[in-house]
Design a protein around this ligand. Structure first.
Ligand code: MAN
Length: 482
């Protein structure tokens, strides 16, 4: 019995070592080798069925998931593993196995045509090493620049903070002064209003006096016209010659009695006439003396040839004039001061907005603020103005289309600063508002590398900048497989 156990264990050991030594099954990666045990039936990866191991790689598809044919093209959904020793292992769709095209650098996918593929994995790896060395060199050079940008970014931030403090202190003083200027302005404006009101009343009185004098002049002329016998009194009979004054026009007779009622006496002298009669008849009285046409014509001709008379001057008193000028000056001083305060407020606001911007963990992205980078395609000129907007302008002229306004960093938790999102651009016809995702990579200069529109009105830009360069990467190792 003991001997039997011994023999069985020897047999086991040999089988296991043979299995390990056995050539790896075609199209299977090292990690999946253990799933293909020649000593047992093969179970499809999806667990749907088990088949004799002899049916693995027999060029007939048994498993629905294609797992029984890793090394042939029998299954439409199978996957072939290229070992690519000396380079990188890869998986290709098994439909490419033995199709006459070399997909694996070790040529293992064309095993039925051993002469058509050359193993160029080592060559590829050499090229890859050169590429990686270049990339590393770029990253190093970029990182040096990034540190410079970071230095500038930090000092710019400090500068902005100091400027805000300085302007805020200035603003306090300006506001205090503004209160004083406002009080002064309001005081002088109150004086101005009073002086102007006084002036207005004075002008009004003057105008009323002139009007009265004019009226009296017209009254005296009317008296003289009515006093036909020139005895310095106007009688009822004399008044009746002016039919338009008849209070009862309907009967067509203007009697002496009616006239005496208007005169309030049989006859009136000039004084009485002007005080009591003229006010009641001045709007109905019509003069019979014809106007002196010739003189008037001459006068109007003269006037048209002359320059028009200047507009009536305000004729302020010296004191009113002084107050008006002082008020004007005070208003102007206040307005200038108010403008200065508003300018400082908006400057503070701009600085605060800039201070709230996220210019990366080391402030280096500040270097891109207020800059724009362009890329020409066949049809358009694309523009990226970091932290502001993206745009597209037709090359043959026409207006610029906004492809999105600065939104946020959008690289997610893993690498927040690897992407930028610009949204709320010009709305697409029958579609969404245009938006842009900017993918950022390390480069030795700030450069817009490529532009794409993978779905209508949703754009992706690729942008290189030293700000994305990281400190020297670890040496890369050749990815050989056993
Ligand atoms: C313009 C451009 C294009 C966009 C269409 C959508 O032609 O902005 O990029 O796809 O409008 O109508």
């Amino acid at each position: 019995m003991r001997l039997l156990v011994f023999f069985i264990s020897i047999l086991h050991a040999v089988t296991a070592s043979e299995f390990l030594q056995a050539e790896r099954l075609r199209g299977v990666s090292l990690t999946k080798t253990s799933l293909y045990n020649p000593a047992a039936d093969f179970t499809c990866f999806d667990g749907s069925k088990s088949v004799k191991f002899a049916l693995v790689n027999d060029d007939y598809c048994d498993c629905p998931d294609g797992s029984d044919e890793p090394g042939t093209s029998a299954c439409p959904n199978g996957s072939f593993h290229c070992t690519n020793a000396g380079y990188r292992p890869t998986n290709i769709p098994s439909s490419r196995v033995n199709d006459g095209i070399c997909d694996c650098c070790d040529g293992s996918d064309e095993w039925k045509h051993p002469n058509i593929c050359q193993n160029n994995c080592v060559e590829l790896w050499k090229l890859e090493k050169v590429r990686m060395a270049e990339e590393k060199d770029q990253a190093n050079r970029g990182f040096v620049l990034r540190q410079e940008f970071a230095k500038t970014g930090i000092s710019k931030k400090v500068e902005r903070q100091q400027k805000v403090e300085e302007l805020e202190a200035q603003l306090v003083t300006l506001k205090e002064k503004e209160v004083l200027l406002k009080t002064t302005k309001e005081e002088i404006e109150a004086k101005e209003a009073a002086a102007l009101e006084e002036h207005r009343q004075m002008m009004e009185e003057k105008r009323a006096k002139e009007e009265h004098e004019e009226n009296m002049k017209r009254g005296a002329l009317a008296f003289s016209e009515l006093d036909t016998d020139k005895d310095a009194v106007v009688t009822g009979a004399e008044l009746t010659s002016h039919k338009e004054l008849d209070p009862d026009l309907a009967d067509e007779t203007f009697t002496d009695t009616e006239a005496q009622q208007i005169l309030q006496a049989d006859s009136v002298d000039l004084g009485f006439f002007l005080a009591n009669v003229w006010p009641t008849i001045n709007s109905t009285f019509q003069t019979t003396i014809p106007p002196i046409v010739e003189q008037q014509e001459e006068k109007s001709q003269e006037q048209t040839q002359e320059t028009p008379p200047p507009p009536p001057s305000a004729e302020y008193s010296e004191e009113t004039q002084r107050i008006v000028e002082e008020a004007m000056l005070s208003r102007e001083t206040f307005r200038k001061h108010e403008d200065e305060r508003k300018n400082i407020e908006s400057e503070i606001q701009n600085l605060k907005t800039a201070l709230e911007m996220d210019f990366g963990p080391d402030e280096s992205y500040q270097a891109l603020q207020f800059q724009c980078y362009e890329l020409q395609t066949m049809e358009y000129t694309y523009k990226l103005c970091p932290f502001d907007k993206t745009s597209q302008s037709p090359k043959n002229g026409g207006t610029e289309t906004n492809l999105g306004r600065w939104g946020s960093w959008s690289g997610g938790n893993d690498d927040k600063y690897s992407r930028m999102k610009y949204d709320n651009g010009l709305t697409c016809w029958n579609g969404p508002a245009r938006s842009t995702e900017v993918r950022i990579k390390c480069g030795v200069e700030h450069k817009l590398l490529s532009v794409d529109e993978p779905s209508r009105c949703a754009y992706t830009f690729e942008f290189a900048t030293p700000c994305a360069c990281k400190q020297t990467q670890q040496e890369s190792h050749q990815r050989d497989e056993l």
